[in-house]
Design a protein around this ligand. Structure first.
Ligand code: NAD
Length: 421
C-alpha cells in the first residue's frame, strides 16, 4: 500500500479506501465494478433547526450516506459527536456494506451522524434534534430502503424517537424502520448485548485456533460503552481474565483479573469507572500497549496507528470499534504476527441481531433470547471460518480476506442483478 501522511492515515475514508483498493486488486475486480463500489450511492446533508432550552434557535448539521443497496436495504447506525465528518460517515457506510456481506445478511450499507455534543444537551434538546433529523430523512429511509440503528452516543431512546417520528409521517406505526429499539416497541431480545456477544464468539474461535483457553487468556478492553462493557462482562462470565479497562476519564489495571460484575454495578451507581477501588489506576495510552492475549479496542477510530502499532503486545486484536486500526498499522501488526479479527467481522454481531430485529418486526412475532443468541452464534462462527479460510487460501491477512470475501459477494450480486443493462 502507498505511503501516506499521518493526517491521511487517520482519515477513516482513506483507511477504508486503502483496504478496498488493495482487496479489489487482489480479486481482479473489473474496473466498472471497482468504480461502482468505491464510492457511496447517495449522500445527504441536512441542516436541522432546533429550539434550545434557553429559547435560542440552533442549527445542527447531519448526514446520511447510503453506500450500497445491492444486497438489500441500506443498514447502519447514527452517531452524535462534535467531530462527525462526511468522510467519516462515508467510511462507516462502506464498512457497513462489507460487514453485512461478511456475515451474509441481506442488507447494504449506510451510516448517519449529527455534529453535536450530546453530553451538553438536555433530553428535550436531543429529542427535538432527533425528530427533526428523522423528518428530514423521511423519504430517504424506510424498512425496504434504509434502516438506521444506534451507534456512538445514540441509544434505544433515540431509536424510539426516530421510529415514532417516521411513524407519524407514515400515519401508522412502522417498527421495522429502525433497529436497536426498546423491547416493548419492537426491539429484539439480546440486541443490547449483541455486539459484545459477537466479539466473545469470534474470540472463542480465535483462541481455539491459537491453542488457548479462556482461563489463560488475559484481555484488555478499551471503551466501556455498549460494545466494550458487554464484551468484557460476557467474556468474564466465560472465564476470560479481564486485566484492563480503558476509558476516557481513566484506565483500570488488575493483573489478577477485574471483577466485572462489581465494576458493572459500580458504573451503574457512579456513572464512571475511574475510581473503582478493586484495580490500580493506569495510564490509558500505556495500558493499550500492555502485555495480554486479547486487546479489544471498542471505543473509537484510529487508536492503533503507525505511531504505536509496533509496541502493541497482544496476540489477538479483536476490533470491537469501527476503524480502530489504520491501514499503515495493519502492516506493522501483520509483521509482528498479531492475529487480527477485523472490525467488519468482529463487531458484526450488532448488525446481525439488528437483522433479527427487522425480521421479527416484519413477522410480528418475537423470538426467545436463547433463539436470538443461538442464531447469532451460528452466523458469527460461520463468518469467522469463512474469513480465516479465505485468508489462508489467498495468502492475505484476515482484514484483506474479509474485504475480499465481502467485495466478492457484493460484486456477484450486482452482476446477477445486471445493473449494466
Ligand atoms: P458508546 O458511546 O456506548 O461507548 C463508547 C465508549 O468509549 C464510551 O464509554 C466512551 O467514553 C469511550 N471512549 C471514547 N473515546 C475513547 C478513548 N479515546 N479511549 C477510551 N475510551 C473512549 O458506543 P458503542 O456503541 O459502544 O460503540 C463503540 C464503537 O463500536 C464505535 O466505533 C461504534 O461504531 C462501534 N460499533 C458499535 C455497535 C453497537 O451495536 N453499538 C456495533 C458495531 C460497532
Amino acid at each position: 500500500m502507498k505511503t501516506v501522511s499521518l493526517e491521511q492515515e487517520i482519515n477513516p475514508w482513506e483507511a477504508q479506501s486503502a483496504r478496498f483498493d488493495f482487496a479489489a486488486q487482489k480479486l481482479n475486480l473489473d474496473e466498472g465494478l471497482w468504480k461502482v463500489l468505491r464510492y457511496p450511492n447517495r449522500e445527504l446533508i441536512v441542516h436541522i433547526p432546533v429550539a434550545m432550552d434557553n429559547g435560542k434557535l440552533e442549527v445542527f448539521t447531519g448526514f446520511r450516506v447510503q453506500h450500497s443497496i445491492a444486497r438489500g436495504p441500506a443498514k447502519g447506525g447514527v452517531r452524535y459527536s462534535p467531530d462527525v465528518t462526511l468522510d467519516e460517515v462515508r467510511a462507516l457506510a462502506s464498512w457497513m456494506t462489507w460487514k453485512c456481506a461478511v456475515v451474509n445478511i441481506p442488507f447494504g450499507g449506510a451510516k448517519g451522524g449529527i455534529i453535536c455534543d450530546p453530553h451538553k444537551m438536555s433530553q428535550g434538546e436531543l429529542e427535538r434534534m432527533t425528530r427533526r433529523y428523522t423528518a428530514e430523512l423521511v423519504e430517504f429511509i424506510g424498512p425496504e430502503k434504509d434502516v438506521p440503528a444506534p451507534d456512538m452516543n445514540t441509544n434505544e431512546q433515540v431509536m424510539a424517537w426516530m421510529m415514532d417520528t417516521y411513524s407519524m409521517h407514515m400515519r401508522q406505526t412502522v417498527t421495522s424502520v429502525v433497529t436497536g429499539k426498546p423491547i416493548n416497541i419492537g426491539g429484539s431480545r439480546g440486541r443490547r448485548e449483541a455486539t459484545g456477544r459477537g466479539i466473545m464468539i469470534v474470540c472463542d474461535e480465535a483462541i481455539r485456533k491459537l491453542g488457548l483457553r479462556p482461563e489463560n487468556t488475559r484481555v484488555i478492553v478499551q471503551g466501556f460503552g455498549n460494545v466494550g462493557s458487554n464484551a468484557a462482562r460476557l467474556m468474564a462470565q466465560k472465564g476470560y481474565k479481564i486485566i484492563g479497562i480503558i476509558e476516557v476519564d481513566g484506565a483500570l489495571h488488575n493483573p489478577h483479573g477485574i471483577n466485572l460484575e462489581k465494576l458493572w454495578a459500580y458504573r451503574e451507581k457512579n456513572r464512571s469507572i475511574a475510581a473503582f477501588p478493586e484495580a490500580d489506576k493506569a495510564d490509558p495510552a500505556e495500558l493499550l500497549l500492555e502485555d495480554c492475549e486479547i486487546l479489544v479496542p471498542a471505543a473509537t477510530e484510529n487508536q492503533i496507528t503507525s505511531r504505536n502499532a509496533a509496541r502493541i503486545k497482544c496476540r489477538i486484536l479483536a476490533e470491537g470499534a469501527n476503524g480502530p486500526t489504520t491501514a499503515a498499522a495493519d502492516e506493522i501488526l501483520a509483521g509482528n504476527g498479531v492475529f487480527v479479527i477485523p472490525d467488519i467481522l468482529c463487531n458484526a454481531g450488532g448488525v446481525t441481531t439488528s437483522y433479527f430485529e427487522w425480521v421479527q418486526d416484519r413477522q410480528g412475532y418475537f423470538w426467545k433470547e436463547s433463539v436470538v443468541n443461538e442464531q447469532l452464534e451460528d452466523i458469527m462462527v460461520n463468518a469467522f471460518h469463512d474469513v480465516v479460510r479465505f485468508a489462508e487460501a489467498h495468502h492475505v491477512n484476515n482484514r484483506i480476506a474479509a474485504y475480499m470475501l465481502a467485495i466478492d459477494r457484493v460484486a456477484y450480486t450486482i452482476r446477477q442483478r445486471g445493473i449494466y443493462a
